[in-house]
Design a protein around this ligand. Structure first.
Ligand code: AMP
Ligand code: ZN
Ligand code: FE
Ligand code: FE
Length: 274
């Protein structure tokens, strides 16, 4: 019995809808998945409904992007109350910042003489958590570039002519938002950005877990983070970071899982803290 605790849907930059993800997870024989979209919980309710119908446990989650000293770091929140008002207000703010940013980036692409329609980008994002992957998809669809990678390397990657930075929370803020919404904060894919270097600060702010298992982690990193989690008393989590079949990383649901006991451990931690 295993669980994939890091899954994106069309509510953010995944390409499978919440129902589709649930059906795929069921086919794979998973017992639970956590829906962890970037800066939104819009995918959770449809996943809960599909999970109920298909006997798959859904952990209500979110992945908040944060920045500290110029480095990006991601925080997962598990068992959050998606109706929590301060969470809803924060997510609303993040959503409007995302829209403003993508509007600016679209305009900068237009300034390069390339006709690209902001409304189309929003449509591709299904008015969800809009980001550069959606703009990239439109650039591919319009034949401006051959593929997503070219969109990033020519136009929208860091340092490229149409790049605009995204508004980002401070990690301590992100942890607070998750905790106040009744959730368990976990540091996502520490190997991707050496975020564990900030572990003391994060633990002081209330960090409860470490995503030890992630497709971008090497065996060495996995061993290292496993030991680190043990030393620091952090819950061990993991997941595939699934975004859909065509994605560069995170293209196989269930490729990385943890035993179902991890879900129980996160839940138990959450009950104890109240
Ligand atoms: P955003 O949060 O809007 O800045 O978009 C970041 C997302 O873009 C990341 O989570 C990746 O999924 C995707 N991304 C970043 N760089 C690349 C790249 N070079 N090729 C394809 N996708 C990328
Ligand atoms: Zn993503
Ligand atoms: Fe992430
Ligand atoms: Fe993710």
């Amino acid at each position: 019995m295993s669980a994939d605790l890091h899954v994106h849907t069309t509510a953010s930059d995944g390409t499978d809808g919440p129902e589709e993800v649930v059906l795929r997870a069921k086919e794979l024989g998973l017992k639970a998945i956590a829906v962890t979209d970037h800066d939104t919980v819009e995918g959770v309710e449809p996943a809960l409904a599909a999970g109920y119908l298909n006997d798959l446990e859904i952990v209500a989650g979110v992945e908040l992007g944060a920045e500290y000293l110029g480095k990006e770091l991601h925080l997962l929140g598990y068992f959050i109350n998606i109706d929590n008002n301060s969470l809803k207000n924060k997510l609303r703010l993040l959503m409007s910042e995302r829209k403003k940013r993508i509007l600016k980036m679209t305009q900068q692409v237009q300034n390069l003489g390339i006709p690209v329609d902001y409304e189309k980008v929003l449509a591709v994002s299904r008015s969800g958590s809009v980001g550069r992957p959606h703009l990239a998809r439109v650039l591919v669809e319009e034949g401006v570039v051959k593929n997503i990678a070219e969109a990033f390397s020519k136009y929208i990657g860091f340092g490229c002519p149409a790049y605009v930075p995204r508004y980002k929370l401070k990690p301590v803020e992100a942890i607070k938002i998750i905790s106040e919404a009744g959730g368990v904060p976990v540091l996502a894919h520490p190997g991707q950005n050496n975020a564990h270097e900030r572990l003391d600060m994060l633990i002081n702010a209330g960090l409860a877990g470490l995503e030890v298992y992630h497709p971008a982690h090497s065996q060495e990193q996995e061993n290292y983070f496993l030991r680190l989690a043990g030393e620091r008393g952090l819950i061990i989590t993991g997941g595939s970071d699934y975004h859909g079949p065509g994605h560069k990383t995170g293209n196989r649901l269930g490729a990385v899982t943890v035993p179902y006991d991890s879900v129980k451990e996160i839940n138990w931690y959450n009950r104890r803290k109240r």
